[in-house]
Design a protein around this ligand. Structure first.
Ligand code: ADP
Length: 383
C-alpha cells in the first residue's frame, strides 16, 4: 500500500483544524494552505503556507510539498485541480468527482438525469422569464439557486409566485473563480425533515457509511443533528446508506462524501446536495463514533484502510455554537461537568451567528440527549 505521509489541506477553517486533530493519532503530516495566519486551522497546524487558493502558482508551489492534496472547502477552481492531476499528484477527491460538489447544475444532471437517483425537478433558467415558465409548469412555490459558490443558504431563494422571479437575477451573476454561475429552478420539496448520510471511500473503492443523521437548519445554517435519525427504520437506513455508497462509487469520490437529503411525508428521500469533505452533519462522530469522519477522511485520502464508522452510543446530538459568550473558559468549565457532553471550539473570533464551536451529547435516552446538547449550546451562546 502506498501511503501518503504528508497530506496538504487547502483552506484553514474548522474542518481543517479537526482534520489536523485526527492526523496526530495516525502519525500523518499535515501541510496547510490557509487564507490568513489567524484562521481556525492556522492557529494549530505548524506547517502553514498563507496564500490565495485561486492563484495557480500559489497552489502549485504548495502542492509540490505534499504527497496528497485535499480540501476544507470546495472553492478551488476545477481547472486548477485538473492541471495538478496532470502532474501525477493525488488530488483527493479528484476534480472529476469534486465538480459535482462544486456545481449544482452538473450534480442535478448527473444524479437525477444520468443515474436516475431521487431528485427534484429542475432546470437551468437563464432569466426571470425562464424561471417564471418553470414555476408555472411545476407549481408555486419554487426554489431558485446559484449553481456555484452557495453556502449556508446564501444563493438560495424561495420564490412564491411569478412576480418574485426577478430576485435571483438582481445582482449580476458573478463568475465564480473563472467558472460560470447559473440560476437553477427547482421544484419545491415539501419535506418534513432533512437528513444526511456520510460515506468514506478509498482510492481502491472500499466504502463505509455512517449512520443516517437528522439535521436541523435555521435560516439556511445547520444548527443541530441527531444520529441516528429518530424514527428511521433499519430498511430505510440501509437504503439511504446504500444510496450514499452508490453515489460515491458512481462519481469516483476519494475521501468523504456527505449527501444532504430531504425526507418527504411518505418517508421517501430526495437528494439536496453533495459535499466532498468532512461535513457539519458529521461532527457528532468525533465523540459519538468509533472512527470520526475526520479520521476516515484522512485515512481515505492518504491511502490507509478505513476505520469503523459505527456509533458508540444509542443516540448522539450535535448542536452548533453560533456566536457565543466571550468567556469561553467559564463556559467550558460549566458544561464540562456533564459526563455525557463534549465541547469543541474552533479558535475563531466571536461574531453573532458565526459557527465558533459545537457540543455533542450522547446516551441512551433521546429526549435527554437532545435536551443536554441544547441547554449546553444555549449556555455557551449566552442565550
Ligand atoms: P447551501 O449550498 O447554501 O447549503 P442548499 O442547496 O443546501 O444550499 O439549500 C439550502 C436549504 O434550502 C436546504 O437545506 C433546504 O432547507 C432548502 N432547499 C434547498 N432546495 C430545496 C428544494 N428543492 N425544496 C425545498 N427546500 C429546499
Amino acid at each position: 500500500m502506498n501511503v501518503a505521509h504528508t497530506v496538504g489541506i487547502i483552506g484553514g477553517g474548522q474542518l481543517a483544524r479537526m482534520m489536523y486533530q485526527a492526523s496526530i493519532g495516525l502519525d500523518l503530516n499535515i501541510a496547510l494552505l490557509a487564507e490568513g495566519p489567524d484562521v481556525s486551522a492556522a492557529r494549530v497546524v505548524h506547517d502553514v503556507t498563507v496564500g490565495d487558493y485561486t492563484e495557480a502558482q500559489v497552489v502549485k508551489d504548495f502542492a509540490a510539498t505534499v504527497d496528497a492534496l485535499t480540501f476544507d472547502h470546495e472553492h478551488v477552481p476545477t481547472r486548477l485541480l485538473e492541471e495538478l492531476e496532470v502532474t501525477g499528484l493525488a488530488v483527493r477527491p479528484g476534480s472529476g468527482a469534486l465538480v459535482y460538489a462544486q456545481d449544482k447544475a452538473l450534480m442535478r444532471a448527473k444524479l437525477g438525469g444520468e443515474l436516475g437517483l431521487p431528485s427534484p425537478r429542475w432546470r437551468i433558467c437563464p432569466d426571470a422569464e425562464a424561471l417564471r415558465a418553470f414555476g408555472n409548469e411545476t407549481g408555486w412555490p419554487i426554489i431558485a439557486k446559484e449553481s456555484r459558490g452557495g453556502y449556508d443558504g446564501h444563493g438560495v431563494w424561495r420564490i412564491d409566485g411569478p412576480d418574485d422571479c426577478g430576485e435571483p437575477f438582481q445582482e449580476s451573476l458573478e463568475v465564480s473563480a473563472g467558472e460560470r454561475v447559473e440560476i437553477i429552478g427547482e421544484e419545491f420539496v415539501d419535506f418534513t425533515r432533512e437528513l444526511s448520510v456520510i460515506v468514506a471511500r478509498t482510492p481502491e473503492g472500499e466504502c463505509v457509511s455512517y449512520p443516517v443523521s437528522e439535521t436541523v437548519q435555521e435560516h439556511g445554517i445547520c444548527v443541530e443533528t441527531t444520529t441516528p435519525a429518530p424514527g428511521i427504520g433499519p430498511d430505510r437506513q440501509d437504503e439511504i446508506q446504500r444510496l450514499g455508497r452508490d453515489i460515491a462509487s458512481a462519481l469516483g469520490v476519494v475521501g468523504l462524501l456527505a449527501v444532504e437529503l430531504m425526507e418527504r411525508r411518505d418517508g421517501e428521500v430526495v437528494i439536496n446536495e453533495l459535499a466532498m469533505r468532512p461535513h457539519n452533519t458529521g461532527h457528532w462522530s468525533i465523540d459519538g463514533a468509533v472512527t470520526s469522519q475526520f479520521e476516515n477522511h484522512l485515512r481515505a485520502v492518504s491511502g490507509l484502510p478505513l476505520g469503523d464508522p459505527t456509533a458508540r452510543q444509542p443516540w448522539c446530538t450535535m448542536r452548533n455554537v453560533l456566536g457565543g459568550r466571550p468567556d469561553l473558559t467559564a463556559g467550558i468549565a460549566h458544561v464540562g461537568r456533564d459526563g455525557g457532553l463534549k465541547v469543541h471550539f474552533y479558535g475563531k473570533t466571536m461574531r453573532p451567528g458565526r459557527k465558533v464551536g459545537h457540543v455533542t451529547s450522547y446516551g441512551s435516552d433521546l429526549a435527554d440527549v437532545q435536551a443536554r446538547a441544547r441547554s449546553a449550546a444555549a449556555y455557551l451562546m449566552n442565550e
